[in-house]
Write a protein that binds this ligand. Structure first.
Ligand SMILES: [Zn+2]
Length: 242
């Protein structure tokens, strides 16, 4: 199972909602792209399903981890110009499922933010790399968000108790899925992406060569998708959802 080829993105997006499972998901895959959207005047908001309470690589007391990681995500968002960051309550790192409850919470966010575009994690697993993007929370949030886009958010008779008007999202961008084919040249916003990643200190401080690692990975993505040598890119699958 894979995605069809990406469409040409809509050119008049005014609002983008990013829905991810953990603090740092949006930044590893997409912070350069988000920074370029913000620079273009697009209003970008984040909804995080968990506070990444199972993350970290040291002996930080576990009850401090969600507090630290929420603060890190807010700082990372600020590094790329995003100020609206919302965390859902009652979901925990490692146990997210695409439940009706989660769908409903994402529907509420869609109907409140009214985004033209949603950026989320891929609901499809990629088999060429076992770890990383294939975290079950990522797949679950991608699936729940996809169901929230269609049919839930646009169906006036779904989740009527929210008291919010239906909303049609026009486009979805998936991060971390198989064979992403839409490259965004982020060379000019790379410094902001790196600053966002460094803000996730609990997740990146142990990576002594973070800058080198990211430049290599983003450079390879750029080359694979036909960008000139020396450019850096993030890659997505872009689908129309109207
Ligand atoms: Zn994650």
């Amino acid at each position: 199972m894979t995605f069809p080829p990406s469409v040409t993105p809509i050119s008049d997006a005014q609002r983008v909602l990013c829905v991810f499972a953990h603090p740092d998901d949006v930044d590893f895959g997409s912070a350069g792209t988000v920074a370029s959207w913000v620079a273009a005047g697009i209003e970008v908001s984040y909804v995080l399903v968990t506070r990444g309470d199972a993350g970290g690589f040291d002996q930080t007391p576990r009850d401090q981890m969600p507090v630290l990681r929420e603060a890190e995500q807010r700082a990372a968002a600020a590094a790329v110009g995003v100020t609206r960051v919302e965390f859902l309550e009652g979901y925990f790192d490692g146990s997210v499922t695409p439940s009706l409850e989660l769908r409903k919470e994402i529907v509420a966010a869609i109907r409140r933010y009214r985004p033209d575009r949603i950026l989320t994690s891929s609901p499809l697993r990629r088999w060429d790399r076992f770890a990383g993007p294939n975290h079950p929370d990522h797949l679950a949030v991608g699936e729940a968000t996809t169901c929230a886009i269609y049919p839930d958010a646009r169906n006036e008779f779904a989740h009527m108790d929210l008291g919010l008007d239906p909303w049609v999202v026009r486009e979805v961008w998936y991060s971390g899925g198989p064979n992403p084919d839409h490259a965004v040249d982020i060379t000019d916003s790379y410094d902001r992406k790196l600053a966002a990643l460094r803000a996730h200190a609990t997740q990146t401080t142990h990576m002594a060569e973070l800058d080198k690692f990211m430049r290599e990975r983003l450079g390879e993505t750029a080359r694979n998708l036909g960008l000139p040598d020396g450019r850096l890119a993030e890659a997505f699958t872009v689908l129309r959802t109207e």
